[in-house]
Design a protein around this ligand. Sequence first.
Ligand SMILES: NC(=O)c1ccc[n+]([C@@H]2O[C@H](COP(=O)([O-])OP(=O)(O)OC[C@H]3O[C@@H](n4cnc5c(N)ncnc54)[C@H](O)[C@@H]3O)[C@@H](O)[C@H]2O)c1
Length: 434
Amino acid sequence: MIRLRTMRRWFTSVTVIAFGLAVLFSWSMIVSSKNSDDIKRLESHASPSNGKPYSMVKPTVTDLKEAADRIKELESRLQDLELRIPKRFPEVKFLTYKDRKRILITGGAGFVGSHLVDRLMMEGHEVIVVDNYFTGRKRNVEHWVGHENFELIHHDIVNPIFIEVDQIYHLASPASPPHYMYNPVKTIKTNTVGTINMLGLAKRVGARVLIASTSEVYGDPEVHPQPETYWGHVNPIGPRACYDEAKRVSETLAYSYNKQEKVEVRVARIFNTYGPRMHMNDGRVVSNFILQALTGDSITIYGSGEQTRSFQYVTDLVDGLIKLMNSNYSLPVNLGNPDEHTIKEFATIIHEMVGKKSTITHKDAMEDDPQRRKPDITRATTILGWTPVVPLEAGIKKTIQYFQGELQRSKHSERNLHEPSFYGFTSKADYEDL
Ligand SMILES: NC(=O)c1ccc[n+]([C@@H]2O[C@H](COP(=O)([O-])OP(=O)(O)OC[C@H]3O[C@@H](n4cnc5c(N)ncnc54)[C@H](O)[C@@H]3O)[C@@H](O)[C@H]2O)c1
């Protein structure tokens, strides 16, 4: 009985295995015939010689051209697909609805503006950039495009704009002599009509405005260093007047809106600033010298080189701007680095740091070129608790690296990024490796 049962079990198992093998065999036959059909179909379709396998065909010039065209088409499709992959953004701080501000930065695609964008984005605010790209570039802020807290608007502030914001950093204006002298009337319009538009917007929505003024309001100063109480020494019809006088009007407008319309205003008198993303061709001392040294051209000093300048690194300025905006102080505040050097000294420092064999040459002095420029930052230090912290050599090193990268750049896609930690440094150790 037991034997009979064992035999029946054995018979059932053999039948099941045989059936399984039969199924597997027929499936593999179907698949392999399908594959060979596919291969044949592909060959006859793709082969230029009516179905002959490729091994038997010698490609003609036309075939190669067709293949190259096809590769190009596929590459562009691949690029499209890559663009659809969600971008990775630096980890920004999370602010609750109560603490998060909606902040407009005019001129936010420019040198200073783009660093301010980075800092405010990292702090977790919503940032709206308005720029007409006269001297600014999308590339300076493209690493934020697509982020839920960021918006970029192509707009000329000479025309009004209607948006809802809590704070306005009004930075839009060409800043370097060749740029603001290129179209002097437009420079005046941007700093007068444009400022009226921003103050008007602030009045409508109850926002606070910070005006980016300049040390140029002091003209060619007769007082050293320049405190905010100094009224300046400006030539109203000189080549720099379109900028200097327009900025002076911009300040006057701010205080008139404050007095008449109760708009909350802050005025930053910014002194020479340098750092990554400054224009290569803006004709300013630092960019000129670095570029000339890197390309092996002679470093040009206009005049004797005994005239002095003091330069602040851009992250120091950004720090001061944010502190001023969030302070209770409404009179003008100088933001600059009082560490004063002669132009000759700058030329030597850059010459040595770049380490190329360029020479230093002298040309005639420029008209209305200020002989001394050094901020008195007592007000910023006592009222805002602000003082520049980045040493000259560390900042210059970072700027040289940026210019080197720009000179070597040969593709649009090489992003102009900075590591997020770059914006968050608080101690000396943090900026030492700048
Ligand atoms: N960088 C300095 O050393 C320095 C010194 C003193 C004052 N400032 C002031 O700081 C601000 C920023 O300077 P920067 O060095 O970043 O200059 P920048 O030229 O790099 O940036 C200015 C930005 O404003 C934009 N812009 C100009 N006109 C505009 C308009 N009509 N509408 C919209 N956008 C416009 C430009 O496209 C650019 O993006 C300026 O107001 C400048 O006067 C700068």
